[in-house]
Design a protein around this ligand. Structure first.
Ligand code: SAH
Ligand code: SF4
Ligand code: F3S
Length: 441
């Protein structure tokens, strides 16, 4: 009997990695992947809790299974990831077609639970324990599109930024063993991956938890070891916390050509008062110093950031400082978000919430400012040539492939789909705030 699954991944790249591992484990157990709900025995959602909208979207998706379930008892749903950890018990009560619920660190229990649910058992509820920090990985990662793959190197987060749900849903910070990561990286490269991205909420804190056992192996060590794997062309990492962006990381980046000079360094706000209340542990001046240090070491740099507008108590003047920071720092891209109160976090309890329309106004201003900056940065690249790792077909445009420069700029070129996975030289012929047009040389 053919058993089929369909998988939807929301949220950050750590979820994409979990989705990749689960996909592999399910196939190993004889399941095949489908692209149609009607043709699936189980529909798997790997979910995110970072903002209320992310959860609402999945909730409404889940609701839509009712008529099918009531009629056919098929498909059933497996709810995984951060939102499953946060809301799983309620969801199980509300939606009887959700037969498997598992938190991010319980992924290893999922394939068997899905098989048992198919046989009529359940619901199986595997929430992560706050004290057991084992990561129950279900399978080694496989490249998600052949030539690019993710590897999670740290789990959880101990930073407790006052607005953020991640420490509550992903648990305490913990680094995976270097040998385990290196083996996984080698296997992925042997299987054809030419680009790896090391993932964590704070990748550059990697290894800090080894200090107690005197193992002394840092993120810089790991970067250097992974970058030295034969056959790997590009190594990326995300996300970096400004507080832990130490000089040894830059030294390794400078000495390994394969480590891409593309850095996401979330700033979150431009006002020292807001940063303090966010519990970010740096000032604007310290952040700017770090950026200057990075730029001095890596002249060809793609720098992106995350920014929240409308944090509780943020005044107009404080918000203006975020705008000013964007103008001054000239990021290539800003991942901007309107503050979303997350139940259980300190910021959500504050009584001085910024009204939602004002948050929306500030968000529009940030996006307007940043798209002007991005347009200027990209326009200045027209006429230059870059190495581009060609990827899948562009979402729009016949015969166009999209690729990335080492600085992580998207470049659209006319190319044969068979060239995906190769690095080519391209000259930039046009630009917009979001991407570049190019022609292969
Ligand atoms: N660990 C990374 C990223 C965390 S989540 C860091 O420290 O920056 C990704 C982004 O989501 C964050 O950088 C932040 O900008 C945004 N975010 C997190 N919680 C949020 C909230 N409650 N409301 C709006 N945006 C939020
Ligand atoms: Fe959330 Fe802060 Fe941890 Fe990033 S560092 S995941 S924003 S608590
Ligand atoms: Fe979302 Fe969880 Fe990632 S909350 S951003 S999926 S760590």
């Amino acid at each position: 009997m053919k058993r089929t699954f369909l998988i939807f991944v929301y949220g950050c790249q750590m979820n994409a990695y979990d989705g990749d591992r689960l996909r592999g484990a399910m196939k190993d157990m004889g399941w095949s992947e489908s692209d149609d709900v009607m043709d699936s025995d189980v529909v798997i959602f790997v979910t995110c809790s970072i903002r209320e909208k992310a959860e609402q979207k999945v909730m409404s998706e889940l609701g839509r299974f009712r008529p099918l379930w009531e009629k056919n008892r098929r498909p059933f749903v497996a709810l995984l990831g951060c939102m499953a950890q946060r809301t799983g018990l309620d969801v199980a009560k509300k939606f009887p077609w959700v037969r498997v619920i598992a938190g991010p660190r319980s992924l290893g229990l999922v394939p068997m639970s899905i098989a048992s649910a198919l046989a009529g058992g359940g619901p199986f509820i595997c929430l992560d324990s706050p004290t057991e920090l084992d990561d129950l990985s279900c399978a080694p990662a496989r490249a998600n599109n052949g030539h690019k793959a993710y590897i999670t190197i740290t789990h959880g987060c101990d930073q407790f930024c006052s607005y953020c749900i991640v420490p509550y849903v992903r648990g305490r910070f913990g680094s995976r063993a270097p040998g385990e990561i290196l083996n996984e990286a080698r296997r992925l490269v042997e299987a054809g991956a030419v680009e790896l991205t090391l993932l964590g909420q704070n990748v550059n804190s990697y290894g800090k938890d080894f200090a107690a056992s005197k193992k002394n192996y840092s993120f810089a060590n790991l970067l250097s070891d992974v970058a030295s794997i034969n056959g790997l062309k590009r190594l990326r990492f995300t996300t970096s916390h400004p507080v832990d962006f130490t000089d040894d990381i830059l030294d390794v980046m400078v000495s390994h050509r394969g480590i891409c000079p593309g850095i996401n360094l979330p700033v979150q706000a431009g006002s020292d008062k807001v940063l303090k209340e966010m519990n970010r542990k740096y000032t604007k001046a310290q952040y700017v110093d770090t950026v200057n240090k990075i730029r001095a070491s890596l002249p060809e740099l793609g720098l992106t950031t995350d920014l929240i507008v409308g944090f509780p108590g943020e005044t107009d003047e404080e918000f203006e400082q975020s705008l000013k920071l964007i103008e001054e720092t000239r990021f290539d891209l800003v991942h901007s978000a309107a503050y979303s109160p997350r139940e259980g976090t300190p910021a959500a309890k504050r009584t001085d919430q910024v009204p939602p329309p004002e948050r929306a106004r500030r968000l529009a201003l940030v996006n307007e400012t940043q798209s002007r900056v991005s347009a200027e940065i990209n326009e200045a690249l027209v006429g230059r040539s870059f190495e581009v790792l060609l990827d899948e077909a562009a979402p729009k445009g016949e015969g166009l492939l999209q690729g990335r420069t080492i600085t992580d700029k998207v470049v659209l070129v006319k190319a044969n789909p068979a060239m995906a996975g190769t690095v080519r030289e391209a000259r930039i012929t046009g630009s917009s705030p979001w991407c570049l047009d190019g022609e292969l040389l």
